[in-house]
Each structure stands twice: as structure tokens, then as C-alpha cells.
Design a protein around this ligand. Structure first.
Ligand SMILES: NC(=O)c1ccc[n+]([C@@H]2O[C@H](COP(=O)([O-])OP(=O)(O)OC[C@H]3O[C@@H](n4cnc5c(N)ncnc54)[C@H](OP(=O)(O)O)[C@@H]3O)[C@@H](O)[C@H]2O)c1
Length: 316
């Protein structure tokens, strides 16, 4: 695992070409995921929006096509809260090979009550972590078929101050929405780092990279009507926040770079340059608690049990 910065220049406004590549972005119909998809579409790659809502996906695809001449964009129905649907979702991609997936979709609740997915998992842990964990299993044959595929996991700076409770991963005993959200993102980040460790051990050509968007506000995000409309009032009101955080278009930059830049390595953590909250992407030392392999291994085993998948065998 390396934490060194790439010295190659990287222009966030002009990502490198990736004409024959195919990328999947979960939650690509809105927010940061929309901008990841829009920016990846400028490379000539085929970009698939993973979305639980086909109507929203249509609107997002129309917006990308209007802004990116010749964009190759399509959509697949994907509901990460419904674990049993994910195998079918991957089959419906009708692909033999995938060059990268961005595990971006996420749900964040900021008030009680505790909610569950239809599968009976706490909603944020079940969607953000278990959904992507299970999806990875079904995507692995497609990723392994690509020459050098990448799995990019969208973490959060909020997870830096969190610690997992391995005896209460689903917050059944003690539910505090913000903490449960932060822990769900931390679980995703542990997963991303541990996945790369296992891929390397198996001699796989697939790499796993963890990124985070810093702080990314809708009010600092340029309009993409009707996907996202920023009013003048919202823009003016958010101006002071721009000193600290950024828009979702910029929150997309670390993920886009992690997909495209050959200098990015598996096991690395990428996030915004300025205080980890805003600015251009750079690699950052992997947080100390994320390097705890015993926590990562226990989380992995628990996730296999909870998601009902066997992501134990990583193909080489
Ligand atoms: N914004 C920030 O400051 C920030 C900071 C740290 C980390 N992050 C992370 O960045 C990612 C994107 O955040 P965002 O701010 O762009 O959020 P957002 O605007 O709320 O967009 C979330 C996306 O996830 C999708 N989604 C939610 N539940 C889903 C499910 N069950 N199955 C499939 N897709 C689902 C949403 O689909 P619908 O449109 O159908 O709801 C939407 O496309 C998340 O992982 C979040 O945790 C964001």
C-alpha cells in the first residue's frame, strides 16, 4: 500500500481519454454521482448510471447528452437496499467486461427513527456498505475480465473520527443517525482498503481505491436543470461556505481521478487538497484506524454473513 502523491499533472477540467472503457457509477442519477458520470462521459468512455429510479436516470442521461457531445451513456436499474436484486441488476448490464465501478450511491439520515431496508438491515449500513459489498461480488467476474479494472469506493471525511462497533454494526442497541451514517461510511472505507489487500494477495489485476469528496453542498453546485437547479438566493447564501467546502461537481474529482489516472494505486486514499474538504484531488495517508487489519477482517466476515454473499474467494 502506498500513500505517496502522484507527481504527474492532472487537469480536473480535462480528464484523460478512455475511449474503449466502460464505467459504472452507482447513484449516477444525482448529486456527486451525476457529476462523476458527466465528467467520465467527456473521456469517450461508455458510462452506465446505476439508479433505483429509471425516470431520474433518463433525466440525468438527457442532461449529460446535452452537455457532452457524443456522450455514450446508459442506465441500469440498481437498488442497493435490495440485496437479492443485485445479481439480476449485474446480469442486466449484458456486459462481459467492466473497467471501473464507482461505489458512490449513499443514503444519509439525520434524524430518528431508525429505518431498515426491506431485507431488515439498518438503512444506511445496509445500503451504503452491504449493498456495495454484495454488488462487488457480482461485478467481480466483469472487473477481472478487464485488463486493469478499478473499484472506487466513496468514503467520507466524517468517518475519520468514527470507530466501528463490531458488536452492533446495525445500530440495534444504540442508534444515533449521524454516527450510524459515519460508521456506514467507515465500513465502506475499511472494505475498500481490505479489498485491495485481498486482491493483491490473490494476484488480481483489479485495484481498489478509496476516495472521499470533502464537503460537497448542493448550494455550491452549478445547475444541471432539471437534475439540479441552484437558485440565485441559494448561490449567494452559500458564498461564505465556499471558503471551507465545495460543490458536488468538485466533490466528484477524486473519484474521477481514481478511475482514470494511471498513477493512482490500489489501497490509496484520495480526497480534496485543502484540509480534506475542498480543492483538487490528492492522495492522502491512509488513516491509521483504517490500517487495522483485524477490524477489517472481522468486518469482512460479518459482511459476508449479513449480505449473504461469499466474497471470500477473490479471483486472480
Ligand atoms: N455531499 C457530501 O458532502 C458528502 C460528503 C461525504 C461523503 N459523501 C458521499 O458521497 C456520495 C454521494 O453523496 P451526495 O451528496 O451526492 O448524495 P445525494 O445527492 O443524496 O445522492 C445520492 C445518490 O445515491 C442514490 N441512492 C440512495 N439510495 C440508493 C439505493 N438504495 N440504491 C441505489 N441508489 C441509491 C440516490 O438515488 P435517488 O436519487 O433515487 O435518491 C442518489 O443518486 C454518498 O456515498 C455520500 O455518503 C457525500
Amino acid at each position: 500500500m502506498s500513500s505517496t502523491s502522484s507527481t504527474l499533472p492532472w487537469d480536473v477540467q480535462r480528464p484523460r481519454r478512455a475511449d474503449d472503457s466502460v464505467f459504472l457509477v452507482t447513484g449516477g442519477n444525482a448529486g456527486i454521482g451525476y457529476f462523476v458520470a458527466e465528467q467520465l462521459s467527456t473521456t469517450g468512455a461508455t458510462v452506465v448510471l446505476g439508479s433505483r429510479n429509471p425516470a431520474k436516470a433518463e433525466v440525468a442521461m438527457a442532461s449529460i447528452r446535452a452537455r457532452v457531445p457524443g456522450a455514450r451513456v446508459r442506465a441500469v436499474r440498481l437498488d442497493l437496499a435490495d440485496l437479492s436484486s443485485l445479481e439480476t441488476a449485474v446480469e442486466s448490464l449484458e456486459m462481459d467486461c467492466l473497467d471501473a465501478v464507482v461505489h458512490n450511491a449513499g443514503v444519509a439520515l439525520d434524524a430518528p427513527p431508525r429505518k431498515e431496508t426491506g431485507d431488515g438491515h439498518e438503512l444506511m449500513f445496509g445500503t451504503n456498505h452491504l449493498g456495495h459489498f454484495a454488488l462487488t461480488q457480482w461485478l467481480m467476474p466483469l472487473l477481472s475480465a478487464a485488463p486493469t479494472a478499478r473499484i472506487v469506493t466513496m468514503g467520507s471525511f466524517a468517518a475519520r473520527s468514527e470507530r466501528l462497533d463490531l458488536d452492533d454494526l446495525e445500530s440495534r442497541k444504540d442508534y444515533q443517525p449521524k454516527r450510524t451514517y459515519g460508521r456506514s461510511k467507515l465500513a465502506q472505507m475499511y472494505f475498500g482498503v481490505e479489498l485491495d489487500r485481498r486482491l493483491r494477495a490473490a494476484g488480481s489485476t483489479v485495484a481498489s481505491v478509496v476516495v472521499h469528496p470533502g464537503g460537497a453542498l448542493d448550494s455550491l453546485t452549478p445547475s444541471r436543470p432539471p437534475v439540479h437547479v441552484r437558485t440565485t438566493g441559494a448561490r449567494l447564501g452559500a458564498a461564505p461556505a465556499a471558503l471551507l467546502v465545495q460543490g458536488k461537481h468538485a466533490g466528484a474529482w477524486p473519484a474521477v481521478r481514481a478511475v482514470l489516472d494511471p498513477a493512482v494505486r490500489g489501497g490509496q486514499l484520495w480526497g480534496p487538497r485543502v484540509f480534506g474538504l475542498r480543492g483538487e484531488p490528492r492522495s492522502q495517508p491512509v488513516w491509521t484506524h483504517l490500517t487495522d487489519t483485524s477490524v477489517a477482517a472481522r468486518l469482512w466476515d460479518a459482511s459476508c454473513d449479513l449480505a449473504g454473499v461469499a466474497l471470500g474467494t477473490i479471483p486472480g
